[in-house]
Write a protein of this length. Sequence first.
Length: 321
Amino acid sequence: MSPNTPDGAETVAEVGEFGLIDRVTRGRPQPRTTLLGPGDDAAVVAAPDGRVVAGTDVLVEGVHFRFDWSSPEHVGRKAVAVNLADIAAMGAVPTAVLVGIACPSTIAASVVEELTAGMWQEATRARVGIVGGDMTESATLVISLTALGDLRGRAPVTRGGARPGDVVAVAGKLGWSAAGLAVLGRGFRSPVSVVGAHRAPEPPYESGPAAADAGATAMIDVSDGLLADLGHIAAASTVAIDVRSDLVEVHQRLVDVASALGGDPRHWVLTGGEDHALAATFPDPHGVPEGWKVIGTVARGQGVTVDGATYTGTAGWQHWR
């Protein structure tokens, strides 16, 4: 349920659509790639490469976030991060975000202002602009974002280019969001570093273009879980991928949390989603760029294995399952 509107607080209905848009956009800085920002019928964003990488995500209250677990600012940061991670996974540099917000008329205007403040915070971290969007009324709070990116002369790195003989590598955190979810699900709010990783992930945006420059043959944003997302690469590339568990880092903080909750930290790392790390395949293990760690290999065949065997248990998240 959305935060209750305090007595006397302005609702979005009282502020109005255009008044609220003005509040959340006025005075916000834009990068040089924003040629025309919010305020007109559409934005104009520079695309020096001549191609635009585009992706979209929808976040629904109660499905993707809960306000009893995350503040509106956290939700805003997460909404932008999950979109820009997809752009980086194509080997592109993120340039802009378009935001759509649908919410009940009775929600406090301050909630939307805090939500968009978090969006601006993450956009600034990624050096992109929020260039436009839309607001409307709905029974449930829904956030829809479209992210744009520029390849800067690179070929896009798709899921379908992995080849036998490649190595598999990852950049960013794995398992932290799943651990944070487990902590919140047990009614705790600490350790802050683990809970914070679930509330507002920090994708390694610069690692995507770096991987493309290093000759990555395939790449994906780890949103549904490492094994599940490597499965998408394996299927698209018609190859087999084997992950070596001894090469996959399990941070001591995750071990400590698992010990306290009775969980399995390696399971979080292999199957936990929403960290928005990046996974990629490279033709040369010595050519893997800084910030990436080799965790497995690509061979002829199909599917994903761990230490040569099928992983028992759920490999990752799927909607409607």
